[in-house]
Design a protein around this ligand. Structure first.
Ligand SMILES: Cc1ncc(C[n+]2csc(CCOP(=O)(O)OP(=O)(O)O)c2C)c(N)n1
Ligand SMILES: [Mg+2]
Length: 580
């Protein structure tokens, strides 16, 4: 017979984990209701040091935690009960895996003797997420011996270390936590195994920065000196200081083609119209580089990433050892911190003062921007490309723009002008349209994070409308700009848009007959409808000033949207349009 009641052992394990998480700087815990997870839910609530958000739908809860972890750069905890609840976390686990986000997933479970026996709400949760997690631990039902050992503290600390990327890239970690009944504590005092002094975690795990080697710096410096016609291409996840990119680009006199999601579309060398420009065969040929320095993921749009075909030698800087190279174009790969590498190469490079190459790029970009802006400004009704352009240009400095997949992420890449002071977040690990509302709300929990705006399509918004449950009561400020084109507008750009009959609408566009403002109203989220292009930025400003969770709906038409995109590409390809 054990001297400590089972419920008190459950509580001791849960309290120890929570204490270690707080010590390790966990930003929040998203907890979904359930019985088996009660010890953890209670410990989090009673401890009070890690902010807790209770969210009914586990899929929303996990994306909420993902958004918080992405925005804060700190690990976030997700807690759920056993059974299908654990499976609801899988999409966010996959996004965290591919986007390298520290997510501590804690699934409550029945103890081993109740598994595979038909006991209720029990599935095989061991290694449920497969290779998508950096570490899986079956912690085991708590026993009295554990109270006298640092096992739980060390497990919690190792989970944080594995999630934050000391050793491998950051990513999700799965702790499976078996609790025996009675689940709740008796109230008798139990001494926890003491933690380290000075509120330190049990293990403070650090990773040496991937300092670039002298040999890599030398080789890249030589390349920059030898190649006049180079380009720096920056995608999401580059994890690079934009100032370092700009410094090297200036020294090399190479253009910077940066997806806004990379945070590096700024500075005098940034080319922001490459998607439209490179659709013109003559511009694509004239502006073809001899060498490319690539940072982070590939660019979002197909046009520029296929233009960078594998016959152009690419040097890929890959600080997280992520191998982001679907084109198989990298001829060289440098596993090193990009900011340090670019900074060192810039410092050693003799600046190129005259560059016909960079001047050609600048002229083409400026002409394309003029042609694009002229057309966009001539349309009084909202055009999706203009929404992206105006939102990026118009948000106050210090804001975060969370960009949804589908057309918003493409339009932001195609139309956003260069600027500083705006942070971009996006679930581009696996490009899902799921979990968007919750990702934005999770990002909005980060203290001092500035205004948060989420830009997405109607289906993306609807996919996670459960994320709106309780959103108005969390004390968060977030504005959603939803482009309502009644369905998946991206599919109107694809060959299936020509399918006969109603096949295209039924199988691909899938318009949903939902009034988004009414849906928001159900959740006590106020909405404003924008009818004119000029009204968008003032409406967003009003929403940000008013605070709380708000919706701005912009109605567009899918077929018209395709036609206008084509008009922009044609205008840019005309003589004088940059691509002509
Ligand atoms: C979870 C998930 N399911 C399906 C898809 C496939 N998909 C990509 S875009 C899209 C339509 C998105 O429509 P909407 O949010 O309205 O954006 P729009 O295309 O109109 O810009 C779908 C279903 C996906 N990316 N992720
Ligand atoms: Mg849509």
């Amino acid at each position: 017979m054990s001297g400590v009641a089972t419920g008190d052992l459950n509580a001791a394990l849960a309290r120890t984990l929570v204490d270690e998480w707080w010590r390790a700087g966990v930003c929040l815990a998203a907890v979904s209701p359930g019985s088996r997870s009660a010890p953890l839910a209670l410990a989090l609530a009673q401890d009070g040091r890690v902010p807790v958000h209770v969210i009914l739908d586990e899929r929303s809860a996990s994306f909420f935690a993902l958004g918080a972890a992405k925005a804060s750069g700190r690990p976030a905890v997700v807690v759920c009960t056993s059974g299908t609840a654990a499976a609801e976390l899988h999409p966010a686990v996959l996004e965290a895996h591919h986007a390298r986000v520290p997510l501590l997933v804690c699934t409550a479970d029945r103890p081993p003797e109740l598994r595979d026996t038909g006991a209720g709400q029990t599935i095989d949760q061991l290694k449920l997420y497969g290779d998508a997690v950096r570490w899986f631990a079956e912690v085991g039902a708590p026993g009295e011996a554990d109270l006298g050992s640092p096992y739980w503290r060390a497990t919690a600390a190792r989970a944080v270390a594995a999630a934050t990327g000391t050793g491998r890239p950051a990513g999700p970690v799965h702790l499976n936590l078996a609790f025996r009944e009675p689940l709740l504590p008796s109230g008798a005092p139990v001494d926890l195994y003491p933690g380290r002094a000075d509120d330190q975690p049990w293990v403070r795990s650090t990773a040496a920065p991937r300092v670039p080697s002298d040999a890599d710096i030398e080789r890249l410096t030589y390349l920059v000196a030898a190649e006049t016609r180079g380009a720096i291409v920056v995608g999401w996840g580059a994890d690079v200081d934009p100032a370092a990119v700009d410094r090297l680009a200036t020294a090399a006199a190479w253009p910077v083609l940066a997806d806004p999601l990379s945070g590096a579309r700024s500075g005098a060398n940034a080319v922001s119209t490459y998607d439209a420009l490179l659709r013109s065969p003559s511009a694509a040929a004239a502006l073809r580089p001899d060498v490319v320095l690539r940072l982070g993921a590939p660019l979002t749009g197909k046009v520029a990433s296929t233009w960078l075909d594998p016959s152009i030698p690419q040097v890929l800087v890959d600080p997280h050892a992520a191998w982001l190279d679907p084109q198989r174009a990298a001829a060289e790969r440098i596993v090193a911190d990009a900011t340090a590498l670019l900074g060192a190469v810039a410092a050693r490079s003799r600046p190129r003062t005259q560059s016909f190459w960079l001047t050609s790029w600048r002229h083409a970009d400026a002409a394309a921007r003029r042609a694009m802006d002229r057309l966009l400004d001539s349309w009084p009704e909202p055009f999706e490309g203009r929404v992206a352009r105006d939102l990026v240009a118009g948000l106050p400095s210090g804001s975060t723009l969370v960009v949804g997949s589908s057309m918003p992420v493409r339009d932001v890449e195609s139309f956003a002008p260069p600027r500083d002071g705006l942070r971009f977040l996006s679930n581009r690990g696996v490009n899902g349209i799921d979990g968007f509302v919750s990702t934005v709300l999770g990002a909005a929990t980060v203290p001092g994070g500035g205004p948060i705006v989420g830009l997405c399509g109607d289906l993306t918004f609807l996919h996670d409308s459960n994320g709106l449950l309780g959103a108005a009561r969390r004390g968060l400020d977030a504005t959603f700009v939803v482009i309502d084109n009644r369905g998946g507008g991206i599919f109107n750009f694809l060959p299936q848009s020509a399918l006969a009959g109603d096949q295209f609408e039924t199988l691909f566009a899938t318009p949903q007959d939902v009034d988004l403002a009414e849906l928001a109203a159900v959740h006590r989220v106020p909405a404003e409808q924008v009818g004119k292009a000029d009204d968008l930025v003032p409406a967003v400003e009003r929403a940000l000033t008013a605070g709380g969770v708000r919706l701005v709906v912009v109605t567009t038409d899918r077929a018209d949207n395709v036609a206008r995109h084509r008009q922009v590409w044609e205008a840019v390809a005309m003589p004088g349009g940059g691509g002509g």
